[in-house]
Design a protein around this ligand. Sequence first.
Ligand SMILES: Nc1ncnc2c1ncn2[C@@H]1O[C@H](COP(=O)(O)OP(=O)(O)OP(=O)(O)O)[C@@H](O)[C@H]1O
Length: 482
Amino acid sequence: MATDSWALAVDKQESTTDSFGSLVIRSPPRGGGDAAPRKAKGTTKQVENGTEGEEKEDKAAQSLLNKMIHTSLVNTTNQVEVLQRDPNSPLYSVKTFEELRLKDELLRGVYDMGFNRPSKIQENALPMMLAEPPQNLIAQSQSGTGKTAAFALAMLSHVDPANKWTQCLCIAPTYELALQTGKVIEQMGKFYPEVKLAYAIRGNKLDRETKLQEQIVIGTPGTVLDWCSKLKIIDPKKISVFVLDEADVMIATQGHQDQSIRIQRMLPNECQMLLFSATFEDSVWKFAERVVPDPNIIKLKREEETLDTIKQYYVLCNDKDEKFTALCNIYGAITIAQAMIFCHTRRTAGWLSAELTKEGHVVALLSGEMTVEQRAAIIERFREGKEKVLVTTNVCSRGIDVEQVSVVINFDLPMDKDGNADNETYLHRIGRTGRFGKRGLAVNMIDSKQSMNILNQIEEHFNKKINKLDTDDLDEIEKISN
Ligand SMILES: Nc1ncnc2c1ncn2[C@@H]1O[C@H](COP(=O)(O)OP(=O)(O)OP(=O)(O)O)[C@@H](O)[C@H]1O
């Protein structure tokens, strides 16, 4: 049992999820089999009750959900921003995978995954990661833009399969995220069977004397640290590529920041350090600079969300039953292809979806007690149009991109812990309806002084008037859809 404070934190953190004991090190399965059963737990229940630590865990669940629902690249028209360590060195970017002169086995793997050309971030990141001598890199872009695929390819390219020891080390914030990334490495290395992958995760117990032969190791910081220092089954001095994935989630987990830095300090100076993050607030940046010396930096801005193409209304009601009636009136008056309805609590969301179902709607409900996998499946069904209405709480729905959603209903307005307007969430909820030049419609249900206050704050923040809608007047509702 661990004695250091950081190690205790890890023990604690890693013992909070189920173990599946019998997981053993394995090489990449031929034919793309699953690495292990995934038992991702949803954690929004705890978040709704709200303590800081629990909210942090939700970041990891959110990341996992994002990974699961991004089955293809996220569209982005923004330009990549590149900051080179040596501004005088030429800046290479590639438009094809051939230009990278990958081993045939890897090029086959890439094409087998259905990739035709590098993504925006890959165009610049891949030449940098594959350059000789190796270059360090800090890269930030939103989920689904191709970061994981990029560093998986970089690790596979750097490995010398003749050497039967660990050469590439990748750390991820949670067990589930590590498995998910491992799956990408396995898929990409499908035609390169000499390269083996091991998972340094809870439940994968190895003896002290074992000398790991797998060239790539992916794991969580606590177990990786154990394998490198306490058990000495990896020789950190022989690592030539170190990847730290999901840096923003990593630093939100207690103890992980320290552990990551401890691992990094054991590596040789010439080891290539790569760090990836979906967001880049100051704390992530400070951490990144400690882990990655002399970095090149690549950033890809998020697509801006805007309220310009969205018609916004509010409806005055007395209570939730009236809100429900108003909602039914809207449905009765206009044709809605697909709608998302946001509620503040899980209880309201459950009640509303039951009521809508009674009215004959085909409703999907995203709820906090569901596992991440269940949530991913529901989002996928909704995307495919199998359900026309998605009722959800806020915590469940971040990051969901459904192009065909034309109407967003705030059954409850988004507010922060202090009961003030959560403008960012408002924009994120509503902004999705008006994407790709389409026009969207947003309706806010107001049933109290507080919600009216929030609405006013939102109007003021975005400097946009939100008009009143009388949902008892069918003609008036019809007009808003024109
Ligand atoms: N060059 C490419 N061409 C087509 N699809 C790609 C390409 N690169 C990645 N993808 C696919 O796009 C999706 C997102 O890629 P990836 O997981 O690498 O992004 P990410 O930025 O790491 O996001 P996350 O952090 O959520 O995993 C995956 O389904 C992946 O298979």
